[in-house]
Structures are given as structure tokens and as C-alpha cells.
Design a protein around this ligand. Structure first.
Ligand code: URA
Length: 434
């Protein structure tokens, strides 16, 4: 096949066949097709779009570009959850052990934080000793012994996405719904799962800023998963203000442990219960989502969800004492309150600005290679709709050195909007797409 001819077809809005995608993806992964031809093809796909069949072909071919995990030898259905990323989103740390404690296997492969979005791997690594990069054989052992693995991507899983994503990043072709669907779904379906719950964030602190784009992405991922024989549900959830009250790696582990003990903040508790209930339903552990909520509540109340988290921390070489005492987690040495300049009802707390502020304190990366400080971050004391007095702190910056402090403080000050009139709290779960 002539690569320029395939680029021309896509440029002119024609659909590519499975064989043509196969030639392109495997040629690129093997280094036979240069970056400049794939870059041109990505831009053509970005501008012209891909139809349903093309998205399915691309997802399937990317998924098969490396090894596939297979847990068919284990009983029951295997499920996972994927979030498109946000600020303070620590739901994976809570629902993965809770769902596994209810008997449904969860092979969870997560990513790192980039920009103002946090990453599950960074949060887990703030637990002293915790290993996220494990060989395949260890992932299989964890699944067999604990019904759960909380790990990072191995080199041989979906290598096509690593190369294609890096090229999209430098060619302004990331924000294409068909390309995002193929990227996310190829990685998730390579985990050998039967069911997937997607948490598509929407708002200032999300990848997708508007409800329309978030809904389109959610629908496209659900459609593609279903065409590929999987059970997929997507929730579109608010990310205009941070989720929960703690932002930053060890701080988010603390809040996850609180939530696993039934002491979490209401918004995080509700979202975890709902996501877990859908996972349990897709995992066929319960006949309905309402029953899934009851089973999740029971696993929290009887301590089994927390026990499962403690077990997986120990199995992945982390210090299990963190589950009972936060003093074993890294702690920041300094704290500074961010005060409201006037009294009133909180109308907004811009998640993107608060997320960026935590990155400036050292909780996230400004480039892929930057180191992070696991101890630092931000503790919120208010939610949208709450009343605040003039001079009252609406959040506290936790930091170890003041390199980014002044800018972090400025950003947090501008993140707050106060209104004289009462403001209704935000609706957290905006839509469920099945
Ligand atoms: N996250 C991914 O994994 N892939 C994308 O294309 C966008 C976000």
C-alpha cells in the first residue's frame, strides 16, 4: 500500500479500511513509516474525523499492537474504571479495593499526572515503598491472590498508543474525539476486562470543558466499547470545583483512607458509591445498580474495603501502616491559609487554577520528566454554595519550599468567586450514558 495514497484518502474525507489501518499502525510501530507521514495522517483524521467503523478498527488494531492481558482463568467478570482526569479525583484508590472486596476482579492500569490533573500512580507512590511498575507475572499473581492490581502500563502493552500519543502531543492533534476514543479504549480493553465504567469529567478542571464535548466523548467511548463486545457505562461528572477537599498525592491518599472508613467528604463519597455500584453491576455481582450501592456501603461499613486496600499496599511493597496512621505518609512542613477578600456565598472555585496552584507547590509535573513532591498540596475547607466570612481561609497551601509559593497563592486567590446571593451547590453527576 502507498502511504501517500492513504493520507490522500483521509485528507479527502474517505474512510480507511481495517487493512489500511493495520498497515499504518504496524508500519509506524515497527519504524517502517516515518513520523512525518503519520503526522499528516493524524491531522487529516483530526480535520475530517473518523466514522464508527474506523474508530473501531483503529482501537482494535492499537489494542493488539502489543501483548494483551487475559484473566479468563479467573472466575467472574473483570471490570475497571477510567477517569478522563481532574483535580482531587482520587476515586480509583477507593473504588478499586472496595469493588475487589465485593468479589469482582479489578485489573487497574493507571497513568501519571500531567498538567493540572493528578495521576493515580503518583498518588500510590506517595505511600512509602509502593511499587507500581511490576512485571506481567506479578500482575497475574496479584489478580489471582487479591483480585486486584494497581499498576502502571508495561512497555509491551499498547505500544502503538505510546508512539501515537507522543506524536499527537507535538502536532496539535490530541483534542480529536475519535483519536481520544481509540487511545483510551485500546489501553483499557487490553487489560482483559469485560466491563468498564467511564468517568468523563466536564468543566474548567477537565480535559473537556463543555458538557456537549464531554457527552460526545462519553457516547463515543460507550459505542466503541459495545461494538467491541464489552459492557460500558459512562458518567459525565462535574469538574468545575475540585473533587473532595484534599489535592496532592499523600493528601489524596489520606482522604481516600478516610472515605474507605466512611468518613469521606459527601461529594467524593457519593461519586465513589455510584461508580462502584456500576462496576459491581457490570461485574454481575448484583442484579441492579441500587443493589450495587448497598453492597458498596456494606464493604465500607464492615471494613472489608479498607482491609483490601491494606492488603494490596502490602502486596505491592508499600507500608501498610499508612492505613491506620497518616504519620507514615509524607507530610509537608509548612502551611499557609488563602483568605477570602470579602464575605458571601461561594459561587466558584476554579478547579484548573487550584490544580495549577498545587502543581506550582510541587504536587504535579510541569514537564513529563519533572520530579514531584508527594507531601505537598492544598486542603480545601469549603465547597461551592458554602458561606465564607471576610478573612476566613477557604483553603490551606501545604508546602515544603517557597519556590512556587507566591504564584500558587495568587492563583488560588483568583480561583475564588464570591456572591452576595445564596448559590446552589453544583450537581455532581450530570449524566449517565449506557
Ligand atoms: N488520555 C489518553 O489516554 N489519550 C488521549 O488521547 C487523551 C487523554
Amino acid at each position: 500500500l502507498q502511504i501517500p495514497e492513504l493520507i490522500r484518502k483521509k485528507r479527502d474525507g474517505e474512510a480507511l479500511s481495517r487493512d489500511e489501518f493495520q498497515e499504518l499502525v504496524s508500519g509506524y510501530v515497527l519504524g517502517r513509516i516515518p513520523d512525518y507521514q503519520i503526522a499528516a495522517l493524524l491531522m487529516a483524521a483530526f480535520l475530517r474525523g473518523l466514522d464508527h467503523l474506523e474508530v473501531e478498527y483503529l482501537t482494535d488494531i492499537m489494542m493488539r499492537s502489543g501483548s494483551l492481558l487475559n484473566f479468563e482463568h479467573l472466575p467472574g467478570r473483570k471490570v475497571d474504571k477510567h477517569s478522563t482526569g481532574g483535580v482531587g479525583d482520587k476515586t480509583s484508590l477507593i473504588i478499586a479495593p472496595a469493588v475487589a472486596a465485593c468479589g469482582v476482579h479489578v485489573p487497574m492500569i493507571s497513568g501519571r499526572g500531567l498538567g493540572f490533573s493528578g495521576g493515580t500512580l503518583d498518588k500510590l507512590e506517595s505511600i512509602p515503598g509502593f511499587k507500581v511498575h511490576l512485571p506481567l507475572i506479578r500482575i497475574y499473581q496479584l489478580m489471582e491472590r487479591h483480585g486486584l492490581a494497581l499498576v502502571g502500563q508495561t512497555d509491551d502493552l499498547v505500544p502503538a498508543d505510546k508512539k501515537l500519543y507522543a506524536l499527537r502531543d507535538v502536532t496539535s492533534t490530541v483534542e480529536s474525539i475519535p483519536l481520544i476514543v481509540a487511545s483510551i479504549m485500546s489501553k483499557k480493553l487490553a487489560e482483559g476486562i469485560d466491563g468498564l465504567v467511564l468517568d468523563v469529567k466536564t468543566g474548567s478542571g477537565a480535559f473537556m470543558k463543555t458538557i456537549e464535548r464531554s457527552r460526545q466523548l462519553a457516547q463515543a467511548m460507550v459505542d466503541t466499547g459495545k461494538r467491541m463486545g464489552k459492557s460500558v457505562v459512562a458518567l459525565v461528572t462535574d469538574m468545575n470545583e475540585p473533587l473532595g477537599l484534599k489535592i496532592g498525592n499523600s493528601l489524596e491518599v489520606e482522604e481516600s483512607l478516610d472515605t474507605l472508613q466512611g468518613k469521606g467528604p459527601p461529594d467524593l463519597t457519593v461519586l465513589c458509591r455510584t461508580l462502584a455500584a456500576y462496576m459491581l453491576w457490570l461485574g454481575e455481582a448484583v442484579p441492579s445498580v441500587a443493589e450495587g450501592e448497598k453492597l458498596y456501603d456494606l464493604a465500607i461499613a464492615n471494613g472489608k474495603a479498607l482491609d483490601k486496600f491494606r492488603q494490596i499496599i502490602e502486596a505491592q511493597e508499600g507500608d501498610p501502616r499508612v492505613a491506620d496512621d497518616f504519620k507514615y505518609l509524607p507530610q509537608a512542613s509548612h502551611r499557609l491559609g488563602v483568605e477570602a477578600e470579602r464575605a458571601g456565598y461561594i459561587a466558584g472555585m476554579d478547579a484548573a487554577k487550584i490544580g495549577m496552584s498545587s502543581v506550582l507547590l510541587g504536587a504535579g509535573r510541569q514537564t513529563v520528566e519533572s520530579p514531584i513532591d508527594p507531601a505537598v498540596g492544598i486542603i480545601m475547607s469549603k465547597k461551592v454554595g458554602d458561606f465564607i466570612d471576610r478573612g476566613e481561609a477557604y483553603c490551606v497551601l501545604c508546602y515544603n519550599n517557597d519556590a512556587g509559593l507566591a504564584e500558587a497563592l495568587r492563583l488560588c486567590q483568583t480561583a475564588l468567586t464570591v456572591s452576595e446571593m445564596p448559590v446552589a451547590p453544583k450537581t455532581l453527576i450530570k449524566e449517565v450514558i449506557q
